[in-house]
Write a protein that binds this ligand. Structure first.
Ligand code: SF4
Length: 472
């Protein structure tokens, strides 16, 4: 899941404001929860589950931290700076706690699971620590605190999928929504904390996924993103019929719900993505033609040290299969780590050559951040100097920017089907939406078209955005 989209501060702002009906805003004596989410899409989807569980128990939510009875931070532990950000945020709560001694501060998510009770020792302001599989227990934990205790639940489950919990949509424009299809990860990439913070893989019940997607469509959503650490290893067995469903079959069943619902998914794993998935994508217009396929490195010795379980050659064969079955216009994005343990200059060059061979549309690029408790931390020296890591990362980012611009230029003059998600951040006179291959398009507004599919002629582009004009 290290590969899932990490939302920028701009995207995060105002996202945690639940869609509360006016009737609920009448004089409300319930305990108020203020929730901030950090990290990947899975964490944001989890915050919607947390809100549902607590509202079910009579709590309400607020986006005004001053009126909160409980502050919850849903945290990320993927890199050191993600945790530092949380520690700084906790410091900023001290005046609030001084003003309201009954204020409860809770840490959820991967940092909670990684540090467990140590977090209570290190951060005295924290009252509650709950890992990603403990959210059903939150009401009991909050009661514990009311009794004057600290409360911790970091039990990792082999069954929990929160499948029967209807998420309260927080991070929404009312058009696109996240739907988690599985939890945990069985891959043991040597640099990654996710297997330790989110546990073993378990796939969610097919019917609860289909029901959630249908409900979303009925309430006006026109796009779902199916989420999993490694969606390709989705595997669910019907307890009655013993029929098993793999990811390609799940994808097909979601696409068959209605052709008016767009379907995206993230994240794929190079060793598991099958031609069956690619042919299923090709068979349905409403399955979007974009794939997030993390590479992490372009060199075989480094891929082995990372325990990625595929080679550069295998990875490139998958890329060829994607382009053969879904066409050159299929959007492909990646994840790359610069400066992994013992990476030589030549091996770094292999990563730049991989970028050159694939010419991705987009990528998430980071320098290696050693994580406590991972196999890499235990067995490998983090020996690439910071300034070399930085220089290599910048070379990767600069090359990716050239390729993103090149891929966008290929779309000039084309007509793209765009799902309108709202007003452009920069101008209320413009709408924005995304193409089938997951590119943001901005175009002048003729009328309010949020939630509608429109055809846009692409006239200009930058490396990050397409600009166009409505043609219908
Ligand atoms: S262990 Fe590997 S596949 Fe699993 S979440 Fe981490 S990086 Fe992704």
């Amino acid at each position: 899941m290290q590969d899932l989209k990490v939302l920028s501060p701009e995207e995060i702002k105002g996202l945690d404001e639940p869609r509360i009906s006016p009737s609920q805003q009448q004089t409300d004596y319930s305990k108020k929860i203020y929730l901030e989410s950090y990290g990947c899409q899975m964490n944001f989807a989890d915050s919607e589950v947390v809100t549902s569980i607590l509202m079910d128990q009579g709590y309400s939510t607020t986006s005004n931290i001053q009126e909160a009875d409980t502050i919850l931070l849903n945290t990320c532990a993927i890199r050191e700076n993600a945790e530092q950000k949380i520690r700084h945020r906790l410091q900023s709560f001290k005046p609030l706690k001084a003003k309201n001694p009954h204020l409860t501060v809770g840490i959820l998510g991967c940092m909670a699971e990684r540090l467990k009770t140590k977090l209570l020792e290190e951060e005295k302001i924290v009252d509650l620590v709950a890992g990603p599989d403990a959210y059903r227990d939150l009401p009991r934990l909050l009661e514990e605190i009311e009794d004057g205790n600290k409360a911790v639940n970091v039990f990792l489950s082999r069954e929990e999928t929160y499948g029967n919990i209807e998420p309260v949509r927080l991070h929404t424009n009312g058009v696109t929504a996240l739907v988690s299809i599985m939890r945990g990860c069985n891959n043991m990439c040597s640099f990654c904390v996710v297997p330790y913070t989110r546990g073993r893989e378990r796939s969610r019940d097919l019917h609860s996924i289909l029901k959630e997607c249908s409900n979303l469509f009925d309430s006006g959503y026109r796009e779902v993103t199916l989420l999993g650490q490694n969606v390709d290893s989705y595997h669910w067995q019907n307890p009655d019929t013993k029929e098993t469903i793999n990811f390609a079959q799940l994808l097909e069943k979601v696409a068959q719900l209605t052709p008016e619902l767009r379907v995206r998914f993230s994240t794929s794993h190079p060793k598991d993505i099958t031609d069956e998935v690619l042919h299923t994508m090709a068979a349905y217009d409403n399955i979007c033609k974009n794939i997030h396929l993390p590479a992490q490195s372009g060199n075989n010795r480094i891929l082995e040290l990372m325990n990625r379980t595929y080679t550069r050659e295998w990875y490139l064969e998958r890329i060829k299969a994607i382009k053969r079955i879904l066409g050159e216009s299929c959007g492909i994005s990646h994840d790359l780590i610069a400066g992994f343990c013992s990476e030589t200059e030549e091996e770094h060059q292999d990563t730049l050559i991989l970028l050159e061979e694939v010419k991705y549309d987009f990528g998430y690029m980071f320098s290696y951040s050693e994580r406590p408790g991972t196999p890499a931390e235990k067995k490998l020296a983090d020996d690439v100097p910071e300034e070399i890591k930085k220089r290599r990362l910048q070379e990767i980012i600069d090359l990716q920017r050239i390729h993103s611009a090149y891929r966008n230029q290929l779309m000039l003059g084309s007509i793209q089907r765009v799902l309108v998600e709202g007003d452009s951040k920069k101008s209320a006179a413009h709408h924005f939406g995304r193409t089938d291959n997951n590119k943001v398009v901005v175009f002048p507004k003729k009328e309010e078209m949020k939630g509608k599919f429109v055809d846009v002629k692409i006239t200009h582009c930058t490396s990050g955005t397409l600009l166009g004009e409505l043609i219908n």
